[in-house]
Design a protein around this ligand. Structure first.
Ligand code: GLU
Length: 470
């Protein structure tokens, strides 16, 4: 049997971290078993669903690389099919029309509350047949009154529900539109879903869905309810905890595979291993190993993982993602060193690509002014002589290589009887505008001779102007 999983978001917002993890687990389960992964857009709530949100979800999935084999299938295109199934359930006696008015239901609720009972529909229309004038009926599923529904959840283990606890849920509203539990069941059935992997906020819907499936003569799929993600304050993960959408992580300079690696470890582990390439995740992931308890989101750890991926991924790959950050800063990468060289020079010292882009701007564009503290400390009158020496020697250098540049910096220090730092740091501030950059020889090599010379001249002029103004 081919394993078939699905991700079924409601397009009422972004693809957030929790949704992305559910999608990842479903994707991994399908990939691991050579199965198929289906994307279904649950957009029947017309009021809350938006096209922007559909696009945001698709964009998030694409960025993460969670490619789907089928879909996106929109539920709004399947209303005809839902109607057909509702009709089938009515005809087989598994569903009935309910003519209760709002007032009646409200009164039922109040009486139950007064008797300290759980509010539920009492099934009074189960046996009534005659329509009521002026009332458009809803359609309810006739839930079995006895017995238990056993869910052998792949994450939670065996969970049992008494049918006596479940009331007759509405499967079609009075305007004829189907409700969530009905559409999910019809879709999971029609799409041949073998494994439903979703958030455990849906666990209570599962016995209802199983009952409907049985009424349709179908074999329920296997379920895996994954626990929620908490913020580091122990509260449910929300906007307060930082990123709202996975795309926010792209903006902040995370690599998609770092985020995937982080997400897979949220609630799943494999010994004490932290880093998993995608094919290792596919090989090692087992939905049954997902933790039953909630996991806590830890931004520091995600940042650490991102740094690991920046350092250890192919520089060409990192450069591809860096180019997005560069374009956000209006940098044209053809106006400076190759991005892949920048990645190699910067990857040890930057934890996000946004930071890498900011710290590499000076390779492509002149900066407006020097960082104040660094300039005060390094661009002093005594730096003029070594800077002038280097300016001349750099001009005359036959080959603009890191090795040759290094030799000149070193010789300048020796000649002037200065420590290397006393020469290199003013030079760094002169060319980079601040005190941080890759090793000075590499920095200059990447910057190129022309830019280096112009910036040294500019720094000398700046120091002299400071002196004149003092
Ligand atoms: N559309 C539901 C949601 O976004 C998921 C339903 C399901 O996975 O069964 O929460």
């Amino acid at each position: 049997m081919t394993i078939r999983t699905r991700f079924a978001p409601s397009p009422t917002g972004y693809l957030h971290v929790g949704g992305a993890r559910t999608a990842l687990f479903s994707w991994l389960h399908a990939r691991k078993h050579g199965g198929r992964f289906v994307l279904r857009i649950e957009d029947t709530d017309i009021e809350r669903s938006t096209i922007e949100s559909v696009n945001a979800i698709l964009e998030g999935m694409t960025w993460l690389g969670l490619e789907y084999d089928e879909g996106p299938i929109h539920q709004t295109e399947r209303f005809g099919r839902y109607k057909e199934v509702i009709q089938q359930l009515l005809e087989s006696g598994h569903a009935y029309r309910c003519y209760c008015t709002k007032e009646e239901l409200e009164q039922m609720r109040e009486e139950q509350m007064r008797r300290k009972e759980k509010p539920r529909y009492d099934g009074r229309c189960r046996t009534k047949r005659e329509p009521r004038e002026g009332v458009e009926p809803v359609i309810r599923f006739r839930n079995p009154v006895e017995g238990v529904v056993v869910v052998d959840d792949l994450v939670r283990g065996r969970v049992m529900f008494d049918n006596s606890e479940l009331d007759d849920l509405i499967i079609a509203r009075s305007d004829g539109t189907p409700t969530y539990n009905l559409t999910v069941v019809v879709d999971d059935l029609d799409m041949g879903i073998t494994h439903v992997i979703r958030g455990d906020d849906h666990l209570n819907n599962t016995p209802r869905q199983i009952n409907i499936l049985k009424a349709l003569g179908a074999q329920p799929p296997q379920y895996a309810h994954v626990p929620m993600i908490l913020g580091d304050d122990g509260k449910r993960l929300s906007k307060r905890h930082g990123a709202v959408s996975v795309m926010q992580y792209r903006e902040e300079g995370y690599l998609p595979e770092a985020l995937l690696n982080y997400l897979v470890r949220l609630g799943w582990s494999c010994g004490d291993r932290e880093i998993f390439a995608l094919d290792e995740m596919i090989a090692l992931f087992d939905i049954r190993d997902v933790n039953k308890s909630a996991s806590t989101f830890n931004s520091e750890k995600l940042l650490w993982l991102n740094h690991q991926y920046i350092m250890n991924s192919e520089p060409e790959h990192v450069a591809h993602h860096l180019s997005y950050q560069m374009s956000k800063l209006d940098v044209d990468p053809t106006e400076g060193p190759a991005l892949v060289e920048v990645v190699k020079a910067q990857r040890e010292r930057t934890k996000t690509l946004a930071e890498m882009a900011r710290n590499s701007l000076f390779f492509y564009r002149d900066f407006d002014g020097y960082e104040e503290k660094a300039a005060r400390k390094n661009l002093k009158p005594e730096a003029v002589e070594p800077l002038t020496d280097m300016l001349q020697n750099f001009q005359a250098l036959p080959d603009w290589s890191a090795k040759a540049i290094h030799r000149i910096v070193k010789e300048t220090a020796e000649l002037r009887g200065l420590k290397l730092g006393k020469v290199a740091q003013p030079l760094r501030v002169a060319v980079a505008g601040g005190p941080v950059s890759p090793p000075i020889d590499i920095t200059l090599q990447l910057l190129g001779r022309e830019r280096t010379l112009r910036r040294i001249e500019r720094a000398i002029a700046w120091i002299e102007a400071q002196g004149a103004n003092a």
